[in-house]
Ligand binder design. Structure first.
Ligand code: C2E
Ligand code: MG
Ligand code: MG
Ligand code: MG
Length: 293
């Protein structure tokens, strides 16, 4: 018993631990139910060019509204889902919903650049991931050129043995774009920052925040931007929250941004409105005619 093993501190700790384990077990069960009900939602956050104002892409981000606990952030439930082997199922719900929504925008003539989805290593390692992806695009009627996959550096490194590299080449050859997410936080060798493998780098938020006040971040973002430009890879800064950060990014010449200063991640209806408000007249007419028909 706790007492035998050494008194009050231990039993206090073990009660904390028990509560934590109970919470995780409950969360696990709730994730299982949410998968069965497909109750994960997708929010969308636009990425824009600072020079042209044009939309270059829009990122799909999973959201989970728990019945009793309210919104649970991906940072909280994804690690649990990964550990329990649920991430491939959750990923497929998100990817299907994101691609279906993008296909609807496309049919309505609403410009969104590309729909970007996050894909983890466990999702990619599923033997039929590429078949699932192509099947989903085809059923939805969306061209592969309108899709982008966001992958973190460690997944790119974990390549030849697991067959992920070959799978990614196959997917990219079909026209899907590949992006290195959270760039600068992992340990990708520069050999992977290669225009034959990667279409875009996403500079991690930690280098973008307070960029105006922080000399080191300014130097890092400038160096990454110049590296990417030299190689012919596009670049987007993540998590730009303020006007001052946008000004610094523009001064450095980092063209594309994503962050609260442009738009928060939005539910489907809001995202559609946001895109439509920025779409050319042609799209608006098309949508209007659709609603009149
Ligand atoms: P990420 O792919 O790097 O996504 C960017 C995160 O930054 C998102 O957090 C977004 O809401 C947040 N963000 C955007 N702009 C700002 C800003 O200006 N300031 C701040 N402070 N944050 C900003 P979110 O939605 O909580 O997602 C966290 C992470 O969870 C994602 O990081 C991604 O790694 C993972 N994730 C989210 N959805 C999915 C998914 O469908 N599948 C997979 N495999 N992973 C996902
Ligand atoms: Mg991402
Ligand atoms: Mg990121
Ligand atoms: Mg991340």
């Amino acid at each position: 018993s706790a007492k035998k093993l050494g008194g009050g501190n231990f039993s206090f700790f073990s009660e904390e631990l028990r509560r934590e384990l109970d919470y995780r077990k409950q969360l696990e069960q709730d994730i299982r139910t949410a998968i069965a009900n497909k109750s994960f939602e997708v929010y969308f956050q636009p990425q824009v060019s600072l020079t042209s104002g044009k939309i270059s892409g829009i990122e799909a981000l999973v959201r989970w509204k728990h019945e009793t606990r309210g919104m649970i952030s991906p940072g909280e439930f994804i690690p649990v889902a990964e550990k329990c082997g649920f991430m491939p199922d959750i990923g497929r719900i998100v990817i299907s919903k994101a691609i279906e929504e993008a296909a609807e925008w496309d049919r309505a003539g609403i410009d969104f650049g590309r729909i970007a989805v996050n894909v983890s290593g466990t999702e990619l390692r599923e033997p039929d991931f590429d078949a699932f992806l192509f099947g989903t695009l085809e059923r939805a009627g969306l061209a592969p050129q309108k899709l982008s996959l966001e992958i973190v550096e460690s997944v790119i490194l974990d390549d030849e043995k697991t067959g992920i590299a070959a799978k990614l080449r196959h997917i990219r050859a079909a026209g899907v774009h590949l992006e290195l997410d959270d760039f600068g936080t992992g340990y990708a060798s520069l050999s992977h920052v290669n225009p034959n493998e990667i279409d875009r780098l996403k500079i991690d938020r930690r280098f973008v925040q307070n960029i105006n006040e922080n000399g080191d971040n300014t130097k890092i973002v400038r160096a990454i931007t110049e590296l990417a430009r030299g190689l012919g890879i596009s670049i987007v800064a993540e998590g730009a929250e303020t006007e001052a950060e946008l000004d610094s990014l523009m001064a450095i010449g980092c063209d594309q941004v994503q962050g609260y200063s442009i738009a928060f991640p939005m539910p489907q209806d809001k995202a559609r409105e946001w895109l439509l408000a920025r779409s050319p007249k042609k799209a608006k007419l098309k949508v209007l005619r659709g609603s009149l028909a």
